[in-house]
Design a binder for this molecule. Structure first.
Ligand code: ATP
Ligand code: MG
Length: 567
């Protein structure tokens, strides 16, 4: 069928007319080899195509997930979506990504942890250049599976293993409940049940991580494209192919099942490099977010950066070291209305700092579902301020956080510490424990003048760090926060303000910018009614509106931070 880009007036027409009716058939992807609206945890792909159907499927450099296609509204600028495409390709090990708004089409190839533009054309030139596109991403040309001698080629059976989602915490692998989802199986979980997981399925196997951890060895499952296995059925009722208890399949299911002669034995494999990466000791990185000026966006940065890092697959711990406890509140741990019900009072960062032998991080940290995947948070408490002098006099108080964090270094990839707007003891404890520092600033005069204090404070902290044999703080930079998105300001004033920071203060400024956005305030002010109480139920901006500009800004910040800390 000919393709006329002018027929695509919105995103859904880009999907239906350009991708489904024209591109997929031209590229040789039959309907059984591509899937629409596929969710992998928080990643949602418009179209995912497979050049080969390979069992077992391992999400490694040779992943058989060949091509993701993302459709955008004709008015959308494709540049805005590239970071996301990169995340899709790299975190799911997909070889190519095609992105189009009908007016323009681009193809990116994944090269290690990056993507590279390999083809670009205007929508109106598509027909004349279709052969080039076929040569690049046509099904036959991507059909590399025959070369892989250790893999069996079979029909459309899938069982996916994501190395990126390696986690000790099965909750990090939460999958939204949708029919079109593919289940990602954590290697940790599978390693406990590695033997002969037998799956018969003509489509995609749905199972929750919890249920998989309970899967007995030699489980056989029969399923079809239209009859996805629920977590319950997987964990409790293994269904065998001839199981008389299995309900009669629908007509379309019979067709799918008939294609399968024998149940397949799916041996889940690990690539050796994955095993290696599991064996390497984890190098937990500790980042403090600090400025002695109040209200510059420290807490907002900590909680939303934590969410963005968690969505990048990192295991994140947040520590609230500010007696205002804003991070504790923002991560949804204040679930009481009345101080009588305060369940944080006796188990928070104060006890962590007071006690040498008790109140480990593991004991005090609480799971926060303000973002998905969940993170852990060590809460703060207003009581902290009353104990500052007492703690200051304890010999071990500056070291205790370092020691207790060392105990959880295999549990987390990144620790983010929120600090008070002050040069006080708690700020010092945070900076002593941290490897890296982010300094949020609105770049206004008072915040800038405060930088002199911050630098002096860092110098003293580094003096102490040297005494205890710890490396000096590495400053990731000043993070422009709460910046006015006014166009004139962004064009004229912001560049000058950015330039002033290194010139006047000798501090680097980060590439990322967190602009002042309504969504950021809104997501922090969500409440729910429980019984007759109104309980705070904040969520991260990335969970509130995943595609809003603010979410994208935090995704960019997370990427910048990960690059800078080498994670
Ligand atoms: N980028 C932003 N857009 C809109 N509102 C923001 C933004 N950043 C922060 N805010 C709002 O500004 C206020 C102060 O932000 P935040 O609490 O993050 O600052 P802080 O530096 O942690 O303050 P403190 O020094 O008191 O701890 C909050 O009400 C927050 O919702
Ligand atoms: Mg704060």
């Amino acid at each position: 069928m000919a393709f006329n880009p002018n027929n695509c007036r919105n995103e859904s027409e880009v999907e239906s007319k350009l991708i489904v009716s024209y591109l997929l058939p031209k590229l040789g992807y039959t309907p059984d080899t591509w899937h629409q609206e596929i969710a992998f945890g928080n990643i949602r792909l418009d179209f995912l195509s497979f050049a080969t159907q390979v069992i077992p499927i391992v999400l490694d450099a040779d992943s058989p997930m060949s091509l993701v296609m993302e459709a955008k509204h004709p008015k959308e600028n494709l540049d805005r979506h590239l970071r996301k495409l990169k995340r899709y390709l790299t975190s799911l090990s997909i070889r190519y990504g095609l992105i189009t708004n009908g007016k323009e089409l681009r193809i990116y190839a994944r090269i290690s942890n990056d993507i590279q533009l390999v083809f670009q054309c205007a929508g109106q030139d598509l027909e004349s250049r279709i052969d080039e596109i076929i040569a690049l991403i046509g099904r036959d040309n991507l059909n590399f599976g025959k070369d892989r001698d250790n893999l069996e080629l079979e029909d459309s059976k899938l069982n996916l293993v994501s190395p990126d989602l390696i986690s000790e915490n099965p909750d990090n692998l939460e999958v939204e409940e949708e029919d079109s989802q593919i289940n990602l199986v954590s290697p940790d979980l599978i390693s406990e049940n590695p033997d002969n997981l037998e799956v018969e399925d003509s489509q995609i196997n749905l199972a929750s991580p919890d249920s998989i951890s309970e899967i007995p060895d030699n489980l056989e499952v029969e399923d079809s494209q239209t009859n996805l296995v629920s977590p319950d059925s997987l964990s409790e009722t293994p269904v065998e192919s001839n199981n008389p208890a299995t309900p009669e399949p629908e007509q379309n299911q019979i067709l799918a099942i008939e294609k399968i002669a024998e149940p397949l034995s799916v041996n889940i494999e690990f690539k050796s490099d994955l095993i290696l990466s599991q064996a390497i000791p984890n190098n937990m990185k500790i980042i403090a977010v600090y400025h002695n000026k109040g209200g510059v966006g420290k807490t907002t940065t900590v909680v939303n950066l934590a969410a963005a890092l968690s969505k990048e697959g990192k295991r994140v711990l947040v520590i609230d070291l500010d007696s205002q406890a804003n991070t504790t509140f923002a991560t949804g741990l204040v679930k009481f209305e009345d101080e009588e019900q305060d369940d944080l009072k006796d188990c928070n960062i104060l006890q962590v700092l007071q006690s040498e032998d008790f109140y480990s991080i593991a004991e005090v940290a609480r799971e926060s579902n303000f973002c998905n995947p969940k993170i852990d948070v060590v809460p703060s408490h207003i009581d902290l301020m009353y104990y500052e002098t007492e703690l200051n006099q304890l010999d071990y108080s500056r070291m205790i956080l370092i020691q207790k964090l060392a105990e959880v270094e295999d549990k987390y990839d990144i620790v983010l510490i929120d600090t008070p707007p002050s040069l006080n003891f708690f700020a010092r404890v945070a900076l002593i424990a941290a490897d890296y520092l982010i300094i949020p600033s609105d770049l206004k005069p008072f915040a800038n003048q405060g930088l002199i204090n911050v630098k002096d404070f860092i110098k003293k902290v580094n003096g102490f760090k040297k005494q205890i044999g710890k490396k000096p703080l590495e400053i990731l930079g000043i993070l422009p926060c709460k910046i006015s998105p006014n166009l004139k300001f962004v064009q004229y004033s912001l560049p000058k303000r950015r330039e002033a920071i290194p010139k006047r203060y000798g501090l680097e400024i980060m590439d990322s910018v967190i602009y002042e956005r309504e969504d950021l305030a809104k997501c922090a002010e969500i409440f729910k009614i429980v019984g007759n109480m109104e309980i705070a139920d904040p969520i991260s901006v990335l969970d509130f509106k995943p595609d809003c500009t603010s979410s994208q800004e935090f995704e960019m910040l997370a990427e910048e931070v990960l690059v800078k800390i080498g994670k």
